[in-house]
Design a protein. Structure first.
Length: 474
């Protein structure tokens, strides 16, 4: 005989959940479509924290007794431990995390548990839980983004003078440093952090106490509950409090943008690690082999990070579609908000972890990067700028002269700095030997010394300033 689980919830019918309004139980199909416990149990810590704060406020307002408060808090602490330890039996019949916890609390402490739901509804309860959950998630993601920025800057610090092609249209454009390229992503991920931070600020208002949609006749103190839960303030309109999900949409939009940035970097890792480029290599930790081709080392981690935006953008569109045309206040449609939010957060978190690992793991190959600058005339823009500076030539005229010299180099099958001075003077007679000083790769790198440029001095200053700023903010 199977031993009964002492923590298993009692068999529950519709009438025991809903009281006297419903005499019969739901069909199994109704239970299947209605239950959200399979995924909203992820919010159990937030649900318990909200209930403890709510009970504390009820006691301070003399709505429940201090004895009830003690029993409720002790019972909720025990339930949290049971769930954390994997000893809690969840029930689809109880639909969601709120009713599962409340039912178990009733088993543990009896009558005081039935007083806990005074002056609240599952509508404001779930809206509070998901804000608390997302707030925690954003804090974790921000830490992951900071770690990725640190990994990028650590690599950049070692490659301030490592030259590589800077591309436009994936065609060789100008020489840049590998550090300069990596620091562009540090800036992108910095903006992602500010977007998530802004979203966190806007979502940090508390729905609890709004009840079903119109507030409550009980003399509650929502400001006290907000303080206990770390919210800036209670939401000012009860109907908005239970129906708003724009905070979740905003989070997912920020997540989609961040995932897109990760995907761009992932694509570069894929390209750079090909045998055609050979700019970097990844270790066995972030690559896989082929089932049929033993020579292969596939950048699968990067490719999967590259794919994740499709999933996260899909999650965003799913929630927007759920909310489109949804009248106020609460509709069961809103139950469909959690899975996209949870999935987007999990996908982004995994992508950040994988990318941080790859950046720390990668080995740069400076010789291959420099060799790639032998084609495509990467110093052509430096030649045009020289003509402007040295000969006072209008830039459009300088661009035209440079184009002729590029065409000549292509005709001769050589680089610009391999043309003879006589050949150059045939195009522009005023040129002299000083032209060769600006045509070297290293000179071109040093010359871009404007603020935000690729010159080593600028990149070193950028890394130093960014590290100082992040240390101050962190």
């Amino acid at each position: 005989m199977t031993k009964a689980n002492k923590n298993a919830p009692k068999k529950t019918t519709s009438s025991s959940i809903w009281g006297g309004r419903f005499a019969g139980g739901p069909s199994q199909l109704m239970t299947d479509i209605n239950a959200s416990i399979s995924y909203d149990k992820a919010m159990y810590k937030q649900d318990i924290a909200g209930s403890i704060a709510h009970a504390t406020m009820l006691a301070s307002q003399n709505i429940i007794s201090e004895a009830d408060l003690t029993a409720i808090c002790d019972g909720l602490a025990k339930i949290e431990q049971e769930i954390t330890n994997g000893d809690f039996a969840f029930s689809d019949a109880l639909e969601d995390i709120h009713m599962n916890i409340e039912s178990r609390l009733g088993d543990l402490i009896g009558d005081p548990a039935r007083r806990l739901h005074t002056a609240r509804s599952r509508n404001d309860q779930v809206a509070t839980d998901i804000r608390l959950w997302l707030r925690d998630a954003i804090d974790q993601l921000d830490g992951q983004l900071a770690a990725l920025q640190d990994a990028l800057m650590t690599q950049a610090q070692n490659h301030i003078t490592t030259v590589m092609p800077g591309y436009t249209h994936l065609q060789t454009a100008q020489p840049v440093s590998f550090a300069f390229h990596l620091m562009a992503y540090v800036e992108m991920f910095g903006r992602d952090r500010t977007r998530l931070s802004d979203a966190r600020k806007r979502m940090n208002e508390m729905p609890l106490g709004a009840a079903a949609l119109a507030g409550t006749p009980h003399p509650i103190d929502r400001h006290q509950t907000a303080r206990l839960l770390g919210f800036d303030r209670p939401m000012a309109n009860a109907m908005d409090a239970v129906s708003a999900r724009d905070f979740a949409v905003e989070f997912m939009a920020a997540a989609a943008i961040c995932a897109t940035h990760l995907s761009r970097l992932a694509e570069e890792i894929v390209i750079w690690s090909t045998d055609r480029f050979g700019f970097i290599s990844l270790s066995d930790a972030f690559t896989t082999g082929s089932s049929i081709m033993p020579q292969k080392r596939n950048p699968d981690a990067a490719e999967l990070v590259r794919a994740k935006p499709g999933r996260i953008i899909g999650d965003l569109l799913a929630l927007l579609t759920v909310l489109k045309g949804l009248p106020l206040a609460y509709g069961k449609d809103m139950q469909e908000d959690k899975e996209p939010v949870f999935d987007a957060e999990a996908s982004l978190s995994l992508s950040l972890a994988a990318m941080t690992g790859m950046i720390a793991d990668l080995t740069a190959h400076p010789d291959a990067m420099r060799a790639a600058l032998e084609k495509g005339h990467p110093t052509a823009t430096d030649l045009a700028d020289y003509l402007v500076r040295a000969l006072n030539m209008p830039f459009r005229d300088a661009h035209h002269v440079t184009g002729k010299l590029v065409a000549l180099a292509d005709q001769e099958g050589c680089a610009l700095d391999e043309l003879s001075l006589a050949d150059m003077q045939a195009v522009e007679p005023r040129l002299n030997t000083s032209i060769f000083e600006v045509l070297s790769i290293d000179s071109a790198l040093q010359a871009r010394n404007s603020f935000g440029g690729t010159a080593p001095e600028q990149v070193a200053a950028h890394i130093k300033a960014t590290r100082a700023s992040l240390a101050k903010d962190g």
